[in-house]
Design a protein around this ligand. Structure first.
Ligand SMILES: Nc1ncnc2c1ncn2[C@@H]1O[C@H](COP(=O)(O)OP(=O)(O)OP(=O)(O)O)[C@@H](O)[C@H]1O
Ligand SMILES: Nc1ccn([C@@H]2O[C@H](COP(=O)(O)O)[C@@H](O)[C@H]2O)c(=O)n1
Ligand SMILES: [Mg+2]
Length: 216
């Protein structure tokens, strides 16, 4: 049961966020499993807005914000930034777009992220798209990503894998117990992974047409 403060926050945020209904899909999976790559494909084909929690945190560092140094240190250590910081960035990004459907990539990363997002925004995800990939393959991909990320070095990658196993997998298990996880085999080539992703999205975006050609 939430506190009175949680309830008040929820009312304020519901009026800010859900004057129109917002659809959220959480995109989860280990570091380097291909979340960002597949989100770009989904955006192109299905019109979602992609919000990567990691990208928002990196932009916050670049903006010179007062939290920048703290965020930079946490990312370098592979640690999870306090929820209130990440959730504020996500809320701002949601409010800034004109869209009403979002892929939230790399969030929630732990139980604190999950519970705080739900109590602050009142938003429950439609489902969780989970990219399942073996660690050796993720490590190979991260070490050859070459995007200049401070955390794509073997020392930080090992820390990120530990955090993923200890803190992020339990969140995926939480949603799995609620029947909300759509698991994708992410070890295959990009195009093949996207075929499996499409199989999840096509039924959501199919138009049902009656015998007169009217969209129902
Ligand atoms: N199916 C795939 N097969 C081979 N390489 C891939 C595949 N999907 C993505 N990649 C490559 O692996 C690297 C990591 O992919 P991506 O950035 O999409 O992962 P991510 O899950 O968003 O990682 P992170 O959690 O670190 O942000 C990129 O260089 C990308 O081009
Ligand atoms: N919910 C989150 C998401 C990310 N972080 C931090 O950012 C790093 C990079 O995230 P990617 O999704 O881009 O890989 C991650 O290792 C965390 O340090 C976070 O704190 N909370
Ligand atoms: Mg990513």
């Amino acid at each position: 049961m939430g506190t009175a403060v949680d309830a008040a926050n929820k009312v304020v945020n519901e009026s800010l966020l859900s004057e129109k209904k917002v659809t959220v899909i959480f995109v989860l999976g280990g570091p380097g499993s291909g979340k960002g790559t597949q989100c770009a494909n989904i955006v192109e084909n299905y019109g979602y807005t992609h919000l990567s929690a990691g990208d928002l945190l990196r932009a916050e560092i670049k903006s010179g914000s007062e939290n920048g140094t703290m965020i930079q240190n946490m990312i370098k250590e592979g640690k999870i930034v306090p929820s209130e910081v990440t959730i504020k960035l996500l809320q701002r990004a949601i409010q800034e777009t004109g869209n009403d459907k979002f892929l939230i990539d790399g969030f929630p990363r732990n139980e604190e992220n999950r519970a705080a997002f739900e109590s602050v925004t009142g938003i429950v995800p439609e489902f969780v798209l989970f990219f399942d990939c073996p660690e050796e393959e993720m490590e190979r991909r991260l070490l050859s990503r070459n995007q200049g990320r401070d955390d794509d070095n073997i020392e930080t990658i090992r820390k990120r894998f530990n955090v993923y196993m200890e803190s992020s997998l339990p969140v995926i298990e939480y949603y799995n117990a609620k029947g909300k996880v759509r698991k994708i085999d992410a070890v295959k080539p990009v195009e093949e992974v996207f075929e499996d992703v499409k199989a999840v999205f096509i039924p959501l975006h199919e138009k049902v047409v009656d015998s007169f050609g009217r969209i129902l």
